[in-house]
Design a protein around this ligand. Structure first.
Ligand code: ATP
Length: 607
């Protein structure tokens, strides 16, 4: 329960709605419990009016409002009394309904507002968390917490609060009225209700457990189906359709068993709940009937009690549901708190006026060592590299040598464990993240396009969609303008999951265009031409040469680009630099670079 205290700030924020909503609940119940009293009164009246009825001394005590009403109707004749009482009961029902409507409008709407705020809070927090957090937490889990868990907390902030206030106020009004009329009868007919509440709580918990199992089985089934569709080409080429079908059938069978188990429990639950409520009514009639034989003046009370019991049965059955709603919400809030209390390892210093300046690109890696925390892999070891403003650097190395890690440390996706990185002599940790990343254009190895238009994707890093000339210029520089113009709707064509499928090479070039349009001082290209043919690669490299003229650029690759006159070529192996210099210097060294160059030349000549 203590986890749910995290929701208190929202109750405080919407305290007016909460109080007004609680008032509506109480008002609706107040008018609700007046009706049984008037019914009891009119039943007594009718009973006394029957031919041959014994005259009894009716000393029933009523609630003050009803007392006032009774004093007034007593002056009317019998027919008028019946008519006025019937209309009053109708009016009370309408008032009760009106207040119930307003109670839902305030409390349920409040819970929706809280849900909206919570989603924004969690989403905003997710955005602050660093790359390390995303490495250890699965996307599905993050999605679940922001949707499913928040929905469960909403059930606490809305329906549970509403049912609780309703329950407390209705029980209070009914029980006071009942005790005022007949203490013995009240005790007897109220006795089964706590048993009903406890039973419902246990059955509800069982149902919840079973629905969780069904949800789990359904999630396995969906993941299984989704993987099959995504990997359909692999399945077909390895002729694994049958094996996949068996696998799916096994998952389906688990789901079927769980779902039937749940349906059986629910099938018993609802009729037995109705039976228990019915038994309470029956008990009231039985005990009350016996009493009425001895005291004919109590007939009205018995009718009144039957109405109270029926009024109480729904809120009492809701005790169980409210308890399990709160339990589930507490578990969900605990999961949400785990993330909300996670502080990003990468902290941004508060920006100062000087921090809005452009970073011109004097970069230095000073004895940098870095180990991926969750795997313990040391990706960089005592790495030293100085890049002067405007220099172009080619970074080469075997796969897994640490090239991408170097780029990611420059963008502060992670912080070095040892040593430091500086730009313009300033430690990265002292530059506000927003300023740092705004000054670097990064083309990652794994391209990602959003479900948006081509133009929207290219303009992604800009505050607004750029004008068409700027977009087409960036696309031309990235060697993709013609292909994008040929798409069904040109630059307005939707790409990403909902749109056309671009080839790997097209995506890479689109993501280069996205980086170029930002026009920053520093550019980092991480193996972003791997899916492009040699001719297009040549064209893009030539274009980049023009674009990068006054800029600092780091090009990470597996291939040697001889067309560009790189200021430095750096060869990384196992996280350290093993060769460094110009093309001529490295050729003279006759090491890894020279060997790679020879190999590439002979391949190119053979092609
Ligand atoms: N997010 C990560 N979590 C854990 N280990 C990682 C992560 N990213 C990379 N590594 C490990 O760090 C080492 C360096 O990886 P890195 O991606 O920097 O190499 P790379 O030279 O860019 O390789 P490639 O050319 O294949 O992209 C590798 O051993 C890799 O397995």
């Amino acid at each position: 329960m203590k986890h749910l205290s995290a929701a208190n700030k929202y109750f405080w924020k919407y305290r007016k709605r909460l109080l007004i909503g609680a008032f509506f609940v109480i008002a609706s119940n107040y008018f609700g419990v007046l009706a049984p009293e008037i019914t009891g009164y009119i039943v007594n009246k009718v009973q006394q009016h029957l031919p041959g009825a014994a005259q009894v001394n009716n000393k029933t005590t009523y609630n003050s409002t009803v007392n006032f009403f009774v004093a007034w109707v007593e002056k009317l004749n019998f027919t008028q009394v019946v008519l006025v009482c019937s209309l009053t009961i109708l009016l009370l029902a309408l008032l009760r309904g009106l207040f119930m409507f307003m109670m839902r409008q305030t409390l349920i709407v409040m819970s929706r507002l809280i849900e909206f705020d919570m989603k924004n809070e969690v989403y905003n927090h997710y955005q602050q968390l660093d790359a390390g957090f995303y490495k250890v937490n699965r996307t599905g889990d993050l999605m679940n917490r922001i949707s499913e868990d928040i929905s469960r907390v909403r059930m606490y902030t809305g329906p549970a609060v509403m049912y609780f206030v309703n329950l407390v106020s209705l029980i209070a009004f009914c029980v006071v009225n009942m005790l005022r009329k007949d203490v013995y009868l009240s005790m007897m007919v109220l006795a089964p209700l706590p048993i009903l509440a406890i039973t419902i709580y246990f059955v509800n918990t069982l149902i919840h457990k079973k629905s969780e199992q069904v949800q789990g089985a359904l999630s396995d089934l969906t993941t299984n189906a989704q993987e099959s569709y995504s990997g359909i080409r692999v399945i077909k080429s390895f002729v694994q359709e049958k094996a996949m079908l068996y696998f799916f059938k096994a998952n389906s069978e688990t789901y079927r068993k769980n779902a039937i188990g749940l349906a059986k429990t629910e099938a018993i639950y609802f009729p037995s709940m109705t039976l228990m409520v019915g038994l309470s009514t029956l008990l009231t009639i039985l005990i009350g009937g016996n009493m009425a034989l001895e005291h004919p003046d109590k007939i009205g009370i018995i009718v009144e009690f039957v109405i109270y019991i029926n009024m109480l049965s729904f809120p009492v059955t809701a005790i169980g549901s409210v308890a399990s709603m709160v339990q589930r919400a507490a578990a969900s809030q605990k999961r949400l708190n785990e993330f909300l209390q996670t502080t990003p390892n990468i902290q941004s210093p508060a920006p100062t006026a000087a921090d809005t300046q452009q970073l011109n690109g004097d970069i230095a890696f000073n004895n940098v060592s870095f180990t991926y925390q969750h795997t313990g892999i040391q990706a960089l070891k005592h790495f030293n590299l100085t890049i002067k403003e405007g220099q172009k650097i080619l970074v080469l190395g075997r796969t897994g040598s640490g090239k991408s890690t170097m780029a990611q440390l420059l963008l502060r996706f992670f912080d070095a464990n040892e040593g430091n990185i500086t730009i313009n002599g300033k430690d990265l940790r002292n530059i506000p993240l927003h300023n740092l990343r705004n000054n670097i254009s990064y083309v990652p190895q794994d391209v990602f396009l959003f479900s948006d238009t081509v133009a929207g994707n290219i303009s992604f890093g800009l505050p607004h969609i750029a004008d068409m000339n700027t977009i087409t210029h960036a696309a031309t520089m990235a060697g993709i303008h013609q292909e994008l113009s040929d798409l069904p709707n040109g630059y307005e064509t939707m790409v990403g999951e909902r749109g056309v499928t671009l080839s790997g090479g097209q995506k890479q070039r689109l993501s280069i265009a996205r980086a170029l349009i930002k026009q920053p001082r520093i550019m980092v290209f991480d193996d972003c031409l791997s899916a492009v043919d040699a001719k297009t690669e040549h064209l893009i490299i030539n274009n980049l040469y023009k674009v990068m003229e006054n800029k600092t650029a780091i090009l990470i690759t597996h291939r040697i680009f001889t067309v560009l006159n790189f200021d430095q070529i750096v060869i990384i192996d196992e996280g350290t630099i093993i060769e460094q210099g110009t093309h001529a210097e490295l050729m003279a060294l006759k090491g890894y670079y020279a060997e790679l160059y020879q190999m590439q030349m002979s391949q190119d000549n053979a092609a």
